[in-house]
Design a protein around this ligand. Structure first.
Ligand code: GLY
Length: 318
């Protein structure tokens, strides 16, 4: 029984490739890396890889994480600059017994040593969006500087029940130099245990980390909770706790899959999109909504939504 689940519509083309690989009998590790690289390579996604938006100094710094749910091996890079595929470096780092998480220059030195592709990742389009935002903020300091939280996170299960979770992001637009969110942190941005399943998160990293939410979902699944219930209760409890203790909660959305290919999703926002492919079902884009009583319901994205998505993402920057 195989399957893959991923955050946001941007994952669709990657999930299609991974789904074909899984159907041909490839391993989850290769399928998920291929899927995330596809998102990293696409120039119009503003919060992952090539085309991602920079920090407040105009520098694109990326984070990625990888976990093998069999050996529990982890690898991650933080604030890495000008490498085409941070997820591949994270996967490579997961092979070691130490030095699994590397930051900035250390991550870049490792990437160079092992021959990972170096690439100027800040596109002209991303630079234009940055310059426009900087000018707006200079004129009106009431504007919210931080935008964009669309980490790509995936959980993949293959026919041998291997479970892998991985993430990649350029993090918050206009973040401070060196700021890191949840995405490269095991337990917060992603978690996998092949005796149970895996989970991954997207949203405001600073708040997601306060609940170690990916670990929390897998832990609940391990105690016998169905995957959808594990996602919903974890998101709702963290959302409630943050509102009680801090007066507000940032965006939190999660997806998860157990080792039999059952999947779930929960969100505290309206209109979170995600993509799922299973042995029985071709890749589908879903739209999730939170109901007033705290449940997450989903519907298949219609053609109009899909068309508007592509149009908006590739529209010219004025
Ligand atoms: N969730 C991605 C970030 O906060 O950087």
């Amino acid at each position: 029984m195989h399957g893959i689940i991923a955050t946001w519509r941007m994952a669709l083309e990657g999930v299609q490739k991974a789904d074909a690989m899984l159907k041909e009998g490839n391993q989850a590790a290769d399928a998920i890396e291929t899927a995330i690289r596809e998102v990293e390579d696409y120039p119009y996604y503003k919060s992952v890889g090539y085309g991602g938006l920079p920090n407040q100094d105009g520098v694109l710094q990326m984070d990625a994480g990888y976990m093998d749910g069999g050996s529990l091996s982890i690898g991650a890079v933080c604030a890495i600059e000008d490498f085409a595929n941070p997820v591949s470096i994270a996967r490579k780092l997961s092979n070691g017994t130490v030095n699994n998480i590397l930051v900035a220059e250390g991550a870049a030195a490792f990437g160079k040593e092992y021959g990972f592709e170096q690439k100027k990742m800040l596109t002209d389009r991303a630079k234009r969006i940055y310059e426009k935002k900087k000018a707006e903020l200079a004129e009106n300091d009431q504007l919210r500087p931080y935008d964009g939280h669309d980490t790509v996170g995936m959980v993949c299960v293959d026919d041998q029940s291997h479970v892998i979770a991985a993430t990649s992001t350029s993090g918050l637009f206009m973040k401070r130099n060196g700021r890191i969110g949840d995405s490269p942190f095991v337990g917060s941005g992603f978690y996998a245990d092949e005796e149970i399943g895996g989970a991954t998160a997207t949203g405001l990293g600073e708040d997601i980390m306060k609940g170690c939410i990916s670990y929390e979902i897998v832990r609940r699944m391990g105690e016998g909770m169905p995957v959808q219930q594990a996602c919903e209760t974890a998101v709702n409890q963290l959302d409630k706790k943050l509102k009680k203790r801090r007066g507000q909660a940032g965006d939190i959305s999660v997806v998860a899959m157990d080792n039999k290919g059952n999947w779930g999703c929960a969100t505290n926002i309206d209109g979170f999109s995600f993509v799922v492919a299973t042995q029985q079902s071709a890749p589908v884009v879903w739209l999730a909504h939170r109901t007033e009583d705290g449940h997450t319901v989903f519907e298949k994205a219609g053609q109009q939504w899909l068309d508007e998505y592509m149009h908006n993402h590739s529209a010219a920057v004025e």
